[in-house]
Design a protein around this ligand. Structure first.
Ligand code: MG
Ligand code: MG
Length: 255
């Protein structure tokens, strides 16, 4: 299928994105000390179903995964960077929680993620989250007609590296539409002027994944999904689904 969407298709993706944004907002609101990740997953399931949408992650089974993903959302706590499974873990004061959510509405997918502190923030963790959000903002700002993918990638990676953080190796964003993961890849680091041209109607998920310290390496947990920082330090993940339009970047995953 073409990577390029019509304005009508982008309008439909905006509605899918709204479901994702509302789900993330509900989960964030509920994510207090003592709440389990499974409680948050149930809330996400209910929010998505009430909107007439279906979860994109539940039973998602890419070739590389040993087992299908068992949750509606990914909940990645502290040293977990992405793909954390919502289990019986009870959130503790000061935990850094990243929540990733995908949903389909009328056949179109939205995908977004947010990181935040549960309870009392440690300033070091909050700075990491702020830098991740800033890297995402830089990437979105570069999602313009006339730029190349390398310009967008460099905007994300440069922001992260200048701020002194590591970027999760081998992982980045992706095209999105009728499927959650589509062409083209959207790297989190690159060289300006390289890669495909960004054209009107391209819709991409932009998702920086930053790790405290300058290291970028990781390992996969025994659960077959969770990616944890190799240095054991905390990580943050922020994501929006963004359409490239004649009027500039349009964030689809807002409430
Ligand atoms: Mg996502
Ligand atoms: Mg994504």
């Amino acid at each position: 299928m073409s990577m390029i969407k019509t304005p009508e298709q982008i309008a439909l993706m905006r509605e899918a994105g709204r479901v994702v944004a509302n789900t993330l907002a509900a989960v964030r609101q509920a994510a207090g000390v003592g709440v389990t990740l499974r409680d948050l997953d149930a809330l996400a399931a209910e929010t998505i179903a009430t909107a007439g949408a279906t979860p994109a992650f539940l039973d998602y089974h890419p070739r590389w995964a040993a087992v299908p993903f068992p949750g509606v959302i990914c909940t990645s706590v502290n040293d977990a960077v992405v793909h954390g499974i919502p289990d019986g873990y009870r959130l503790q004061d000061g935990d850094l929680l990243s929540v990733d959510c995908g949903a389909f509405l009328e056949g179109w997918c939205g995908d977004a993620a947010v990181s935040f502190i549960v309870g009392t923030p440690d300033p070091v963790d909050q700075a990491l989250i702020d830098a991740t959000d800033a890297a995402l903002a830089r990437g979105i700002e570069a999602a313009r007609i006339g730029n190349k993918m390398g310009d967008l990638a460099y905007a994300i990676g440069g922001a992260a590296r200048r701020a002194g953080y590591g970027l999760l190796a081998d992982h980045g964003g992706h095209g999105i539409g009728r499927t959650m993961h589509a062409e083209p890849p959207v790297p989190n680091d690159g060289r300006p002027g390289r890669g495909i041209k960004l054209t009107e109607g391209l819709v991409i998920a932009i998702e920086p994944m930053l790790i405290l310290g300058r290291k970028d390496d990781y390992y996969q947990d025994d659960d077959g999904w969770t990616l944890r920082s190799a240095n054991g330090r905390r990580a943050a993940h922020s994501e929006h689904t963004v359409a490239i339009t004649a009027d500039g970047p349009l964030i689809l995953t807002l409430p």
